[in-house]
Design a protein around this ligand. Structure first.
Ligand SMILES: [Zn+2]
Ligand SMILES: [Zn+2]
Length: 317
């Protein structure tokens, strides 16, 4: 199972209906948090997102994207958490997040590691040495960091699952004389098996070609740019900021943001399967119809995020 839940979808400041940026991604029972705007912990409670998370990914350090980490870490401390926490962000993360964690007089009773990331970096290990043995974290996917254009050093993140084994065809296995049992398991893993009569049967032809895993891309704040198009090639889900509509396209350019239409052009160029618009200016209503309309003229499979919205990401096949 892979899904995302939007915890905050407003640009710059909260409104009555939208909180500032945060999004939870849940994959096979593991929860990852992307951004942590002010009030995120309360949104997590409200929308049933687990506090048992070990990693938060920040795209940049405008206040609407990270102030919530101060309170969230305090609450985790009160819950007598002992597991370490990892915070990822671009250059400046160490200084800013250290300041955020030192604010207040309470001590954080668990280890917090701050990791500065760069475009092009692939986050694989998830600090496996510090995790419970057998937790299996990040053995089935990677997180790719890509550069974005938001006035200096911002990044986005792409969660890319590893390829899955091809489909196993039981009829073909039987036809090849392989008896049902442990030999089938070996074939499924791509191994060649030896039969009782000494014949060797390879997986080729019995197991289909490898199948792609899923790709979920989260841009954070950005102008539309080639790096996002590259990172989102064939994405199952592209979550792109769309702060403004067409009538504010000059302002989008000046402030390092995108219009809904520009986000749609990125999704189209990347041949993404679905687009979710988020980080919506307070000037638009909760339905943000004009943004959806402008985007759909370019890319049909578009919706606008709302706080509490959960989107499942199925396999393409
Ligand atoms: Zn923002
Ligand atoms: Zn920003």
């Amino acid at each position: 199972m892979l899904s995302v839940t939007f915890l905050g979808t407003s640009a710059a400041r909260p409104t009555v209906e939208r909180n500032v940026s945060a999004m939870a991604l849940v994959r096979e029972g593991e929860t990852l948090l992307f951004e942590c705007g002010e009030g995120t912990q309360r949104q997590m409670m409200r929308y049933g997102v687990s506090f048992a998370l070990s990693e938060i990914f920040f795209t940049h350090f405008h206040a609407d994207h990270f102030l919530g980490v101060i309170g969230l870490i305090r609450t985790l401390g009160l819950q007598v958490r002992t597991e370490p926490m990892r915070l990822y962000g671009p250059k400046g993360a160490k200084k800013l997040l250290t300041q955020a964690l030192q604010l207040g007089v309470e001590r954080v009773p668990f280890e917090v590691e701050i990791v500065e990331v760069k475009p092009g970096q692939v986050i694989r290990d998830a600090g496996s040495e510090k995790r419970d043995a057998g937790s299996g974290m990040r053995d089935a996917y990677e997180i790719h960091v890509f550069g974005t254009e938001h006035g200096g050093g911002s990044v986005g993140y792409a969660l890319r699952e590893h390829e899955r084994p091809g489909r196993f065809d039981p009829d073909k296995a039987r036809a090849a004389g392989v008896p049902e049992g442990h030999l089938w398991g070996k074939l499924q893993r791509g191994e060649t098996v030896e039969l009782a009569d000494g014949r060797k049967v390879s997986a080729e032809g019995i197991v289909g070609p490898k199948r792609p895993g899923r790709l979920v891309v989260f841009t954070g704040d950005t102008r539309p740019c080639a790096a996002v198009v590259d990172a989102a090639q064939g994405a199952d889900l592209l979550i792109h900021e769309a702060t403004f509509g067409e009538e504010e396209k000059e302002r989008a350019k000046e402030t390092g943001h995108s219009t809904a239409r520009e986000a749609a052009q990125v999704a189209l160029a990347a041949k993404a399967r679905r687009l979710v618009l988020s980080h919506v200016s307070a000037r638009y209503s909760i339905s943000a119809e004009e943004l959806v309309k402008e985007a759909r003229e370019v890319f049909k499979e578009t919706v606008v995020a709302k706080d509490g919205m959960t989107i499942e990401v199925p396999f393409a096949d």
